[in-house]
Write a new protein. Structure first.
Length: 80
């Protein structure tokens, strides 16, 4: 996920512990199982998209789309 600023937000930042709990909740409750597995494999297990695709027997573009949708959903839920 790119490190992008939220446009126009100038308010107070939530404490890091609160931010972490929100991210964990969204990953656990809002992502599909496949999105969750893909996000975890890519960001936390540091697997590459080709590695994930080989393990699942799918095309790299399928993994990329799944990852992108998971990131979009994560951003959308954390925006508020």
């Amino acid at each position: 996920m790119k490190n992008t600023r939220y446009d126009g937000y100038l308010g107070p930042r939530l404490p890091q512990s609160v931010q972490l709990k929100r991210v964990q909740r969204v990953i656990r409750e809002e992502l599909s199982e496949l999105q969750r597995q893909t996000l975890i494999a890519y960001y936390f297990q540091e697997q590459t998209i080709p590695q994930i695709a080989r393990e699942r027997g799918v095309n790299k573009s399928t993994v990329s789309r799944t990852l992108r949708r998971a990131e979009d959903k994560l951003r959308r839920y954390l925006k508020y």
